[in-house]
Ligand binder design. Structure first.
Ligand code: ATP
Ligand code: MG
Length: 362
């Protein structure tokens, strides 16, 4: 029996077992969805005047408050964007309309927005368990580490969300800032990506070019992004590879408390990717060996494909979704034989570690 009873099973909702979703879901949920417009007063009431006790956290472009909508009693997260340098109202509204139409079980739902005067606020569904970062990295002694099958579930769901943005949304959306703090978790540890498409909403020198603003977070950025500052679908795939490594190793993309050669996760892992015998050394020690070794190998192989130096040879997210779908989402039992996962093609020659620092979001 799992020691994490709340992790298992669904509520008979539209989610599939893997934390991902089916095409059927998209058709059902996409119809008739549009952004609600809120007044500043409504959101002030919802967050009890943006009081400090309601503050969930602060990121690169503003503060996030927990709130409760007065009319529906729905719990929400209200993101108040910094006022300096925001693009004009027309562009803001155009982006919101696009983003609010996107609907997928692995993407945090944008419920609505407020554009009163110079205020810009976004209203999202509230995610009960906060971010993956809070459950995976730097755990306090009273926190239980995430078991392997939950990590697989999270990887699967995040890959599904990113696949939807890249290959099903029209026009395609480049995420631009995939990282563990942007993967939020509901009460069943189903992951949803947050802040997608926000690269277009923040301040930027060239307001006409969505990918000209240096965004992203140090440690997750692809090598070509560090050189050119251009975000692409393939730079998102690279960031997914880093996220997958974090899930496997339990280490941060960048951890300055580690010895110098281990501070950059990708640089530390790269030499070991050449030798499958070393793969168990990469597994998070907090897993205490409780993972099927074939699945560990498969997950590391998938990360290696995503982290290839040359963007063109990185897989598309639909390939990643396919590969991860072969990993088990049921609790690991040491005595049980595990199914043979589909073999990954061998990664291209191991890329050199990326040393070039890229700007971090504050
Ligand atoms: N929909 C939500 N439900 C619950 N908590 C949320 C929600 N959105 C954000 N948060 C929490 O609010 C905090 C701040 O989020 P925010 O997105 O502003 O910062 P970030 O993710 O750390 O950085 P970035 O600005 O680069 O996205 C995070 O701890 C996040 O877990
Ligand atoms: Mg965020």
């Amino acid at each position: 029996m799992s020691c994490f009873p709340c992790f298992s099973g669904g509520k008979g909702s539209k989610k599939d077992e893997s934390g991902g979703s089916s095409d059927e879901d998209h058709k059902v949920t996409e119809e008739g969805k549009s952004a609600q417009i809120f007044t500043f007063r409504e959101l002030a009431t919802a967050t009890e005047n943006f009081q400090t006790e309601s503050l969930l956290g602060e990121g690169g472009i503003g503060r996030v408050y927990k709130g409760c909508l007065e009319t529906t009693k729905q719990s929400v997260a209200v993101k108040q964007l910094d006022r300096t340098g925001l693009q004009d109202n027309k562009e803001f509204l155009a982006e919101i309309v696009t983003l609010s139409r996107i609907n997928h079980p692995n993407l945090v739902n944008l419920i609505g927005y407020c554009a009163d005067g110079d205020q810009r606020l976004l209203v999202y569904e509230f995610m009960q368990l906060g971010s993956l970062e809070d459950h995976l990295l730097d755990l306090t002694p009273d926190q239980k580490p995430l078991p392997w099958h939950i990590r697989v579930r999270i990887a699967n769901g995040a890959a599904n969300g990113l696949e939807y943005l890249h290959e099903k949304a029209n026009p395609p959306v480049i995420y631009g800032d995939l990282k563990s703090s942007n993967v939020l978790l509901d009460d069943e540890f189903t992951p949803k990506l947050s802040d997608f498409g926000l690269a277009k909403l923040g301040p930027g020198e060239d307001k006409n070019n969505a990918s000209s603003r240096l965004t992203g977070t140090y440690g997750y950025g692809a090598p070509e992004y560090a050189r050119t500052g251009e975000l692409t679908l393939k730079s998102d795939v690279y960031s997914f590879g880093v996220l997958l490594l974090e899930l496997i190793t339990g280490r941060r993309a960048i951890d300055t408390s580690k010895p110098a050669n281990e501070q950059n996760l990708v640089s530390w892992v790269q030499p070991m990717l050449k030798d499958q015998k070393k793969f168990p050394d990469l597994a998070d020690p907090l897993l205490s060996g409780k993972y099927p070794i074939k699945e560990l190998n498969q997950a590391i192989g998938t990360a290696a494909m995503c982290l290839q130096e040359e963007p063109m040879v990185r897989p598309m997210m639909s390939d990643v979704v396919m590969t991860l779908s072969f990993l088990s989402v049921t609790p690991f039992q040491e005595s049980e034989p595990t199914p043979e996962p589909k073999p990954m093609p061998a990664p291209a020659p191991t890329p050199e570690p990326t040393q070039t620092p890229i700007p971090a979001s504050p």
